[in-house]
Design a binder for this molecule. Structure first.
Ligand code: ADP
Length: 436
């Protein structure tokens, strides 16, 4: 119940339906009350009563006393009324149904001492007493509403009101459909799919809103593309001067300065390569060149290169595990992860542990270090471009926070994934999964 109320509180659509229902109920009550008030206008009822009383006495005159049943029959069929006659010897009715019994309900009519009237199921009954005989005339619609029981009428009202409400519910839902599309579109766009467009169906405010969303999405896409292109162009253009500068550093005599400039240049090179590689994966021509390789061998080769760095690397397996990957791209991933593991556990005794295992469906590669670890709140964010846990340590550790975002892109391009498992102060394990 509470969750339903909460749902109503949050949904403008349900609120609107609720307003409709409340309006319908209020209208029904108001109209019903007015009709009842008008119908129960007592002075009008008295007037009608008197007219019917006078009319009934004329009918009794025609039928005669003692009653002429032939005449009563023809009057009943001609006038479409019910006539019931009861004397000491006669009990006759023009209708097949018996005279409704309503003893005590008959009320006197002023100025007509021998005439009484009653109501029964919407019909007006006038009883004329003359010379020991009772003449009862029933005026009203046979086969009309009054014939039905209250239960049937209630059921019918519920059915009609129910159908009207269902129709209005469907209509409101149809009207609000663009809001659903808009929400989905926003979610898609929020998740990074900038080419999202939503259907524009109606020429109303919601249609305008959908069109505005589409225009906005095109504009944002263009802006982001232009920015990306600029980044790509700049990165590309920086490559040649950097190569020239690298050559030029060889002519510097001061070794300290030379090494410093070389390190800076190396960092710039990594940055531009990561930017270019990441963009290349996004572009249509940036597809993977897949081939089946021995991952264990690839790991061994990398361990050779990084083995001398503190705190060292330990391979936990020697078993050959083959997988269909793009070797150059996968090297980038493993190199990045090993590089981080070594950097962030540099002061530790225990070496970084690398393992690769094969299951029937997957190949699983893990790189685990026993260093500083990553705070829980940062663990999802480290895969975002330019995200670094400790921004102030950039100078010490190097890097621009692009490495892991590139790793994620490469793993996704392989149909796999990279995940992190870390405990602050205890260490970090990166797991790369490939689908076989
Ligand atoms: P960077 O090039 O700056 O290292 P990455 O994308 O490779 O960028 O990593 C993002 C951030 O994740 C790093 O700045 C670092 O704070 C954190 N990080 C990555 N690997 C580890 C690790 N093994 N241990 C602790 N922190 C890590």
């Amino acid at each position: 119940m509470i969750s339903f109320l909460r749902k109503i509180g949050r949904s403008i659509f349900l609120k609107l339906v609720l307003v409709f229902v409340a309006t319908a109920v209020a209208l029904a009550i108001a109209v019903g009350s007015i009709v009842r008030y008008v119908a129960s206008d007592s002075s009008q009822r008295q007037l009608i009563g008197k007219n019917l009383a006078q009319y009934s006495t004329y009918l009794v005159d025609q039928i005669g006393t003692p009653p002429n049943l032939e005449m009563a029959k023809s009057l009943a069929s001609r006038l479409g009324i019910g006539i019931h006659i009861k004397t000491a010897s006669v009990d006759w009715s023009s209708r097949s149904s018996p005279l409704p019994r309503a003893p005590g309900v008959f009320q006197a009519i002023s100025e007509f001492p021998n005439v009484r009237r009653a109501r029964h199921r919407g019909e007006v009954l006038i009883k004329v007493h003359r010379l020991g005989a009772d003449y009862v005339f029933t005026f009203g619609r046979r086969g009309g509403w009054s014939e039905h029981s209250h239960g049937t009428i209630l059921l019918l009202v519920i059915l009609v009101v129910g159908s009207i409400l269902t129709l209005s519910y469907l209509a409101v839902r149809w009207l609000f459909k663009p809001l659903g599309w808009l929400t989905d579109g926003m979610k898609e766009m929020g998740s990074g799919r900038l080419d999202t467009t939503i259907p524009v169906r109606k020429h109303d405010e919601l249609g305008d809103l959908a069109q505005t969303f589409n225009d906005m999405s095109v504009r944002i896409r263009d802006l982001v593309r232009a920015k990306q292109q600029l980044l790509l162009d700049v990165s590309h253009e920086l490559r040649s001067p950097m190569t020239r500068m690298k050559v030029a550093t060889e002519f510097i005599d001061d070794n300290k300065v030379k090494n410093q400039i070389k390190a800076d240049l190396g960092e710039m090179e990594t940055l531009t390569t990561e930017i270019l590689e990441s963009e290349r994966l996004d572009s249509e021509q940036g597809g993977l060149s897949l081939e089946e390789i021995d991952l264990t061998q690839l790991l061994k080769d990398l361990v050779e290169i990084y083995g001398d760095l503190k705190p060292g690397i330990k391979m936990l397996t020697d078993q050959s595990v083959r997988a269909r990957v793009d070797p150059e791209r996968i090297k980038i991933v493993i190199r990045n992860v090993i590089d981080n593991a070594l950097t962030y556990s540099a002061g530790q005794e225990r070496p970084v542990e690398i393992n690769v295992v094969s299951t029937p469906d997957h190949v699983c590669l893990t790189v685990e270090d026993f260093g500083e670890g990553i705070p829980e709140e940062d663990q999802m964010l480290i895969f975002e471009p330019f995200y670094r846990v400790d921004k102030s340590r950039h100078k010490e550790t190097g890097g621009y926070g692009l490495g892991l975002s590139l790793c994620k892109k490469i793993m996704h391009a392989h149909g796999g994934d990279i995940t992190v498992n870390s405990k602050l102060g205890s260490g970090t394990r990166f797991t790369m999964v490939f689908v076989k």
